[in-house]
Design a protein around this ligand. Structure first.
Ligand code: Q0N
Length: 286
């Protein structure tokens, strides 16, 4: 890290340049809820997300190339290929939730996709839909139409990103469902390499970039419990926090319960023990 140049901070991650071709993505243990970073960290959260993303990168190589080069022994740092990132977030929704549900309830459509009438909140969609978004000035994600996405990156590139995104979602959602986790929706970020190839970047198919729901509690017709953040949300509701900065400190039992859920998601999806990952992060790459 001595000569890594800090390029920027996301809400919960830091990005460094290693050289002209390689970046280091470092996942912190910070947690956000209702778009606010809380003052209390969840121990090992960054390691869980790093290990899970690496696990998926290896298992989706037949669907798309990705930026993963190595996971460092600390378990939270990913060395990756430097790409020219597309300014579009590639969201895939398999279930009707969040802004997708809000848009549907208002208009019967989500990002230009006409959907069947009579769907309830959290219902499974007949087929997953591609609902691109951009980072608005406010820092919030804003849904856009396929035509707007095409204006940003070109029609052919959007079509390619859509095809790959849907294929990734179908693969991961089927895999996760067999292991008791519904991936309701997920966000991919792609870049282009020097050869002009589309390459999957960022962190993919983690509970931070997706909505994970426990399959055994699935009950459409309202919002679903979050696989990872439900203890945090319940606590925030209980104390009547107004959901604006600053967020509340979390008590030890909420921290412990939340850490356990992240570790459980890792173990359920990878079939590996998290202790084995901590001892040697490369176990997820096999
Ligand atoms: C990159 N972001 C947005 C880190 C993630 N492989 C890459 N090459 C070039 N740039 C990026 C990547 C990746 N991944 C991605 N910014 C730059 C997401 N950031 C937010 C901050 O934390």
């Amino acid at each position: 890290m001595a000569d890594a140049v800090h390029l920027g901070s996301g809400k919960v991650r830091e990005l460094y340049a290693l050289d002209d071709e390689r970046l280091l993505l470092v996942a912190s243990d910070r947690i956000s809820t209702f778009d606010v970073i809380l003052p209390t960290e969840i121990p090992d959260k960054g390691r869980v997300l790093t290990g899970l993303a690496a696990f998926w990168f290896v298992r989706t190589r037949a669907i798309t190339p990705n930026h993963l080069l190595a996971v460092r022994p600390d378990g939270r740092s990913t060395e990756c290929r430097r790409l020219e990132m597309l300014p579009v977030e590639c969201v895939v929704r398999g279930y009707l939730s969040g802004s997708g549900w809000k848009d549907y309830a208002k208009t019967g459509e989500v990002c230009g996709h006409r959907l069947p009438k009579g769907l309830r909140e959290s219902d499974r969609l007949p087929d997953p839909i591609f609902t691109p978004a951009t980072k608005a000035q406010s820092g919030h994600d804003e849904n856009i139409t396929g035509a707007q996405a095409a204006a940003l990156v070109g029609a052919e590139r959007v079509a390619e990103a859509e095809r790959v995104s849907i294929a990734l979602y179908r693969f991961a959602a089927a895999y996760a469902l067999e292991r008791g986790i519904i991936i309701a929706d997920t966000k991919f970020e792609f870049g282009v390499d020097r050869a002009g190839r589309l390459v999957l970047g960022d962190e993919a198919l983690t509970p931070d970039s997706s909505r994970f729901w426990p399959a055994d509690q699935y009950a459409p017709g309202g919002p679903q419990p979050s696989y990872d953040k439900q203890y945090v949300r319940d606590y925030c509701e209980k104390i009547g926090w107004g959901k604006t900065y600053p967020g509340p400190e979390l008590p030890p039992d909420v921290v412990a319960g939340t850490r356990r859920r992240y570790v459980e998601a890792f173990e359920q999806l990878t079939g590996l023990s998290f202790d084995a990952y901590l001892a040697n992060p490369s176990v997820v790459l096999k």
